[in-house]
Design a protein around this ligand. Structure first.
Ligand SMILES: [Zn+2]
Length: 102
């Protein structure tokens, strides 16, 4: 009979830290709200995060889906690192080191 109770998952300390930090900063930012700052936050969330994480870290570094000039690769990876993607060297480059972004 299969185990009906799912096993507890270990805490990912890095993810817990980032999620906690984002929520603390969001609470601190409430008194400083303006529509312009909201637009800036949405730009980061809807433009920079997908560029850095989805395009730079995932498609470019993890899967090597495309080639890019050095300046573009460095820009995408830098954005991904600043968004909180972790160190880029941790992504799989060798068959024995599977990609971590899935
Ligand atoms: Zn993938």
């Amino acid at each position: 009979m299969p185990n009906a109770i799912p096993q507890a998952r270990a805490w990912n300390v890095s993810n817990a830290f980032w999620i906690t930090l984002v929520h603390i900063v969001a609470l601190i930012a409430i008194p400083f709200f303006t529509w312009g700052r909201l637009g800036l936050a949405l730009f980061g969330l809807l433009v920079l995060a997908p560029l850095g994480i989805n395009v730079g870290y995932h498609r470019l570094l993890t899967h090597r889906s495309f080639t890019a000039p050095r300046w573009l690769r460095n820009t995408l990876v830098t954005i991904g690192a600043l968004i909180g993607g972790g160190p880029p060297h941790s992504l799989g480059r060798e068959p024995s080191n599977p990609p971590s972004l899935h």
